[in-house]
Write a protein that binds this ligand. Structure first.
Ligand code: NAP
Ligand code: 2RA
Length: 381
């Protein structure tokens, strides 16, 4: 095994021990953030949707990555007011009501309360001088709102016009993290992707539903689908989000439109999005057609040098990543790298990532870190 490879717990194959860190102009973003903290810069941070699957992960991520926080507030609906959420070992946050919260004096807000709620409250926070990083779909395709994955298009953060930055959809984020090094090296013409998306993509209620249905199914109890259109336990459902006029779903449309906005408007993308009975971790089978000749070795080298990507691909039993193993991890994992001989210059691979972390909370916190590192996050007066 080469010196840069190690085994991950629970995995049979080797992968690189430390993925390349996020850098800007050759400098580590994490180091730049730490320098700001040493200089006494700390920020007042609001987490909106703090009781949800993404919001809870955001709070965890802020703590784990030691984001320079001077004060944190947890916001949710009136239903959750007073509920307690731990912020690290020492602090407990009492949830406050978003509806009546005044963002004046708050520096940054990480939003994940759902699109309709963000539509109303994100502009309200921005108008109060609080920079919003929004996880919902509401602002993603607006031309004057940057849609950012820091490993892919951090330069978009230089054009914040409305005080709002959008976080892409989870299935898009992991795909563009993996595609970026390939696009830089071989120029992508076309992508065909099939997803295998976990129920946590549908929030806390999606997770509860899989658990409940699994239990009921095992004892032959009646199952009435609530959040999904059909039974999700012991099943797969080829439908996420609403249907569009051309027969695609909105989730599939998001993968197409967002990839073009983030990576390159000329790339053709075709997606089929499927819900699977997995709690955490989205998987994707991705076929890519390039302008230039590609080799497995060349693609593997490109992945290995890319920020946020880990290659786990040993072509033996267990030498690939599964969603169960990626839950709680930060990286986008790439496995099963093969030439696709059905098209000229074709490559196929398997891509897995934790949808609540890189697909949502981590990406949002990395955007905040990049803003701090680039000195783009101003302290509210
Ligand atoms: P979730 O588990 O259902 O959580 C929703 C959160 O929004 C809860 O904190 C909820 O608070 C809050 N909320 C709902 N109505 C509200 C209101 N009227 N005012 C204030 N807060 C309200 O959903 P989630 O998975 O965290 O997703 C949240 C958003 O992130 C969605 O737009 C989703 O599309 C997006 N997103 C999710 C993922 C993912 O993998 N899950 C990935 C990327 C983006 P209460 O507890 O008080 O109801
Ligand atoms: C899902 N991509 O998995 C969505 C989450 N926003 O349902």
């Amino acid at each position: 095994m080469d010196a840069g490879l190690a085994r991950l717990p629970g995995c049979h194959g080797p992968c690189r021990a430390e993925p390349r860190p996020l850098t800007l102009r050759g400098e580590r973003v994490g180091q730049m953030v730490a320098t700001r903290l040493e200089a006494g810069m700390a920020y007042r941070v609001a987490v909106v949707g703090a009781t949800g699957a993404v919001g809870r992960e955001m709070i965890k991520t802020l703590v784990e990555r030691e984001f320079p926080v001077s004060e944190v507030v947890a916001l949710a609906s009136a239903r959750s007011v007073g509920q307690e959420i731990s912020f690290g070992d020492k602090k407990v946050l009492k949830v406050k009501n978003l509806e009546t919260f005044d963002f004046t004096g708050w520096d940054i807000a990480l939003f994940s309360p759902g699109a309709a709620i963000s539509a109303v409250h994100a502009p309200r926070a921005a108008a109060a001088g609080c920079l919003v990083i929004d996880n919902t779909s509401h602002f993603r395709m607006e031309p004057d709102v940057p849609l950012v994955v820091p490993e892919v298009n951090p330069q978009a953060l230089l054009k914040i016009k409305r005080g709002i930055v959008a976080n892409p959809n989870c299935s898009t984020i992991q795909m563009v993290v993996a595609l970026k090094p390939l696009h830089d090296k071989y120029r992508i013409k076309r992508v065909v992707v099939s997803t295998y998306q976990s129920v946590s993509g549908a929030g806390k209620e999606g997770m509860d539903e899989l658990l409940l249905q699994s239990r009921r199914s095992l004892v032959h109890d009646q199952i009435v689908p609530q959040n999904f259109t059909k039974q999700i336990a012991f099943n797969v459902i080829p439908h996420i989000d609403r249907f569009m006029d051309d027969g695609s779903t909105k989730e599939e449309w998001k993968m197409v439109a967002e990839t073009r906005k983030i990576l390159d408007p000329d790339i053709k993308v075709f997606a089929t999005c499927v819900r699977v009975p997995v709690f955490i971790g989205h998987s994707e089978a991705i076929n890519v057609e390039f302008e230039n000749p590609v080799t497995v070795e060349g693609a593997r080298a490109a992945f290995r040098h890319a920020a946020g990507v880990r290659v786990m691909d040993t072509r033996e039993d267990g030498g690939y990543m599964t969603p169960l193993e990626c839950a709680g991890e930060d990286e986008t994992y790439v496995s099963r790298i093969r030439i696709d001989p059905t098209v000229e210059h074709g490559l196929a691979f398997w891509c897995v990532s934790d949808n609540l972390r890189k697909g949502a909370a981590l990406n949002a916190v990395q955007i905040a870190e990049t803003l701090v590192a680039q000195k783009l996050l101003k302290k509210a007066a």
